[in-house]
Design a protein around this ligand. Structure first.
Ligand SMILES: Cc1cc2nc3c(=O)[nH]c(=O)nc-3n(C[C@H](O)[C@H](O)[C@H](O)COP(=O)(O)OP(=O)(O)OC[C@H]3O[C@@H](n4cnc5c(N)ncnc54)[C@H](O)[C@@H]3O)c2cc1C
Length: 448
């Protein structure tokens, strides 16, 4: 059978040098950014339509990424990974998304699991005892990702509840030799396609109300007895993420299955707030992809389309100018914010990150909408990628815990109130501010 991906032409896309100061990017990273563009143009883009139509999963894209080592990009070099920083990961994710949003979004779930093990271990507020307990656990996950080429997912959401407002409703209870997990995860991207699920749950004790400080993270194998994937998956966009429901019924885990020792999540995540902004690279890339498509379309350079030159219309030129200005704005802030990603950021760095998340999630939807308006009627036919990008882009603003609404709230609170007033600032009826960065106190409000 002919490999369609090898023969399908793709409209010319931008190069990282078009929007980054590449003198600031390590040569090895730039090489990978360009390699992802080759994979995207020759393979991912051609597969994206079928994955979207069928709401299936980009299995072949993962095979390609795994073969070239991309699944280990966040893993330290001593384990056989590439040791990329969060900023370098973000750039790779954004390049993938120019061609297939669902691949980039799910790639983030895998990388986030690796990043949690990688960066939280390096936090200066961990004691030597905590690090000693953490070390063998992260070893196990890194080795699985490299030796088995294992893919990890990160199902945290439970539906109808912000997982930082209340303790996770998925619960584990101590039994002989380990724990039993029971619960339900909504929107478990990669469901049925990953090798391991990173499960966030609350340990419960007789006679004690579930508490945030008892949050536990386990890595559960896809074939673990009691774990099943259920439900329909027929969404508006990001259809290739296969984010179905995950049911956990008496799933048995041991101490070896912990992603990190008890207590470390609450001690580290609030002090590494950029960690939860890692969905934005996908939407940055979708916005860029929509812009690149618009340029190619107006020049009559989309393969398979009549070579109609539409550049003579002043209205379209103005629209492209506006799109470029919006995109450059998003890109600059987003890039800056990710260069600052680290443990214990300053208030200014955190606010720039919130603003970047907000601008990218809102801006991606605006960009794809403007792209369709500017290109015109034929551009929304399903044979072209723009209408898929339009639907995919709509999903960014609602990703917890940094939804656009929540970002508006956090930015306003950090602007209008001093740090010692935040706990008593009005308007947090839903408890969304539990994931708000709280400065040197460095903890979720619920953990104080
Ligand atoms: C394509 C796609 C893939 C996804 N993949 C994953 C994944 O892999 N892992 C994962 O964990 N999740 C994933 N999600 C879920 C996502 O992060 C959100 O949890 C989900 O979209 C929330 O939708 P909801 O209808 O359940 O809740 P919503 O009703 O949108 O919000 C849930 C609750 O959060 C609180 N809340 C929300 N907004 C506010 C606010 N402004 N102020 C106060 N409280 C607020 C409220 O209690 C609300 O009931 C995915 C979502 C999509 C669309």
């Amino acid at each position: 059978m002919t490999d369609q991906s090898a023969i399908t032409a793709h409209p010319p896309m931008s190069d990282p040098a078009d929007y980054y100061d590449i003198s600031r990017i390590r040569p090895v990273v730039l090489e990978k950014l360009r390699r992802v563009n080759e994979l995207g143009a020759t393979k991912f883009a051609a597969r994206a339509r079928a994955v979207d139509d069928e709401a299936s999963f980009p299995v072949e894209n993962y095979r390609d990424l795994a073969e070239e080592g991309f699944l280990g990009l966040c893993i330290p070099e001593e384990y056989g990974g590439w040791g990329f920083s969060m900023w370098e990961y973000a750039m790779v994710g954004a390049e993938i998304a120019k061609y297939c949003g669902a691949t980039a979004l799910t790639f983030n779930m895998h990388n986030s699991s690796m990043a949690w093990s990688r960066f939280m271990f390096d936090m200066p507020n961990l004691t030597p005892e905590e690090k000693a307990a953490f070390a063998p656990l992260r070893d196990r996950q890194f080795r699985r990702a490299i030796a088995e080429r294992a893919i990890f997912s990160q199902p945290i959401s439970e539906g109808g509840q912000n997982w930082t407002s209340k303790p996770n409703q998925t619960q584990c209870r101590k039994v002989d030799g380990g724990w039993r997990i029971n619960g339900f995860k909504k929107f478990a991207s990669l469901a049925g396609y990953c090798d391991y699920y990173t499960i966030v749950c609350t340990e419960v004790f007789e006679g004690v109300e579930p508490r945030h400080e008892d949050t536990m993270l386990f890595v559960v194998h896809k074939d673990a007895p009691g774990l099943s994937v259920k439900g329909e998956w027929d969404p508006l966009g990001m259809r290739g993420t296969n984010s179905r429901d995950l049911i956990l019924k008496d799933v048995f885990v041991t101490g070896d299955d912990l992603l990190m020792p008890r207590g470390i999540f609450g001690k580290t995540l609030p002090n590494w707030p950029h960690m939860m902004a890692t969905l934005s690279p996908t939407y940055m890339g979708v916005a860029q992809g929509a812009f690149d498509f618009t340029v190619a379309y107006l020049k009559g350079k989309v393969p398979g389309q009549p070579p109609i030159d539409r550049r003579m219309y002043a209205t379209k030129r103005i629209a492209v100018g506006k799109m470029y200005a919006r995109l450059a704005n998003m890109r600059a802030l987003w890039w800056q914010a990710f260069t600052e990603a680290k443990g214990f950021p300053t208030k200014g760095e955190v606010m720039r990150m919130y603003a970047a998340q907000y601008n990218v999630m809102e801006g991606a939807a605006e960009m794809t909408s403007m792209a369709i308006r500017t290109c015109g009627g034929q551009s929304m036919l399903r044979s072209l990628p723009l209408e898929r990008m339009y639907r995919d882009s709509r999903c960014g603003a609602l990703m917890l815990p940094y939804t656009s609404e929540i970002m508006e709230d956090y930015l306003s609170i950090l602007t209008l109130y001093d740090m010692d007033e935040i706990d008593t600032a009005p308007g947090d009826e839903g408890g969304a501010r539990n994931s708000l960065w709280r400065g040197d106190s460095g903890t979720l409000r619920a953990l104080r």
